[in-house]
Design a protein around this ligand. Structure first.
Ligand code: AMP
Ligand code: MG
Length: 316
């Protein structure tokens, strides 16, 4: 198992040696390595059993640092970075050659963001390189939102987990790219589409693809191990009569006497629901149940990102 602590100098030492360290961010925990060192980055793919076609996000301390790693920064990207960084927004931009191909899966673009977590920002400020970091979970599984989540699954693969407490947002970053000056959302996440269009006007999306630019677009991703069904809970209960069921409700309803019930937010607060979602999916995997039945969140704000994850968690 890994050592869990909040010693930045220990994290720094390991990263300088080309080792992996799990880091806290406001979205989910990341599995980090020196983004400029292909050997260190390879360890991320091995530990996660991540396919090499799935590019990593490069984490930087500031907009100034981001500029060292991209060849162009469109006006809309600058506006978004100025407004939302540090924060849960990844910008996909043409990369400088100093970013190794393994980081971007051979793409000519790099996903880059400045995370909003004090410990990790301090670490980034002290390091002489940016950090490549995908979510710190085995490929395809639910992302970790606590240091314990990371330790449970990847503890044997890493020496140190920098513990920054439970993640404040709890969903991955929103990913935005640019084509001919048009902004395109590749993955919904911690910043809503409404917030983005308030800053730069119209945005398009490209959220699913069988040959994805962004593997967050894969139809099945972010999935628990138990079979998972999304819809109207009363209907789903009929379909699954006789089975041992777990129920995931968005808010507290009349049926709080249900067994194996998890509620994302007692009073239906979308931010709270987002924060609790991945921990709930992990809890179901520990319960003595056969299937998970879940209801969608309201389709507004970050509710759209919650529903995106629920759809991708659903059994096909
Ligand atoms: P994770 O942090 O595990 O959510 O993984 C990072 C995700 O960022 C990838 O799965 C992609 O969806 C996305 N990503 C990273 N770099 C790029 C890029 N250059 N173009 C498109 N998407 C990217
Ligand atoms: Mg991931």
């Amino acid at each position: 198992m890994a050592i869990i602590g909040n010693d930045i100098s220990q994290a720094k030492k390991l990263l300088l040696e080309g080792e992996l360290v799990a880091i806290p961010t406001e979205t989910v925990y990341g599995l980090a390595a020196n983004a400029l060192n292909p050997e260190a980055v390879t360890k991320i793919f091995v530990a996660k059993e991540r396919p090499s076609f799935d590019p990593l996000i490069v984490h930087v301390a500031s907009i100034d640092q981001a500029q060292e790693f991209v060849t162009a920064l469109p006006d809309k990207a600058i506006q978004l970075a100025q407004h939302f960084w540090p924060g849960p927004l990844t910008l996909v931009l043409p990369k400088q050659s100093v970013i190794p191909d393994i980081v971007t899966s051979g793409l000519t673009t790099v996903g880059i963001r400045c995370p909003d977590h004090d410990l990790t920002r301090q670490l980034l400020n002290e390091l002489p390189f940016p950090l490549a970091a995908p979510s710190a979970n085995p490929f395809g599984y639910v992302s970790p939102t606590t240091a314990e989540h990371v330790n449970n699954q990847l503890g044997h693969q890493i020496k140190y987990i920098l513990d920054g407490g439970p993640c404040r947002i709890g969903l991955e970053s929103t990913i935005v790219g640019f084509e001919n000056d048009k902004a395109i959302i590749y993955r919904r996440g911690g910043i809503s589409e409404e917030e983005i269009s308030n800053i730069i006007g119209e945005v398009n999306h490209q959220l699913t693809s069988s040959n994805p630019v962004a593997p967050g677009q894969l139809d099945s991703h972010y999935a628990p191990r138990k079979r998972f069904f999304l819809g109207n809970i009363d209907e789903l209960k009929k379909d699954h009569a006789g089975k041992k069921i777990g129920i995931l409700r968005f808010k507290d309803g009349s049926s709080s006497l249900e067994e194996h019930l998890l509620v994302l937010s007692k009073y239906g607060d979308l931010e709270e629901a987002a924060r609790n979602l991945f921990a709930a999916l992990r809890q179901f995997d520990q319960m003595d149940i056969e299937v998970i039945l879940a209801e969608p969140a309201p389709e507004s704000g970050i509710g759209k990102a919650i529903n995106d994850r629920l759809k991708r968690a659903a059994t096909k």
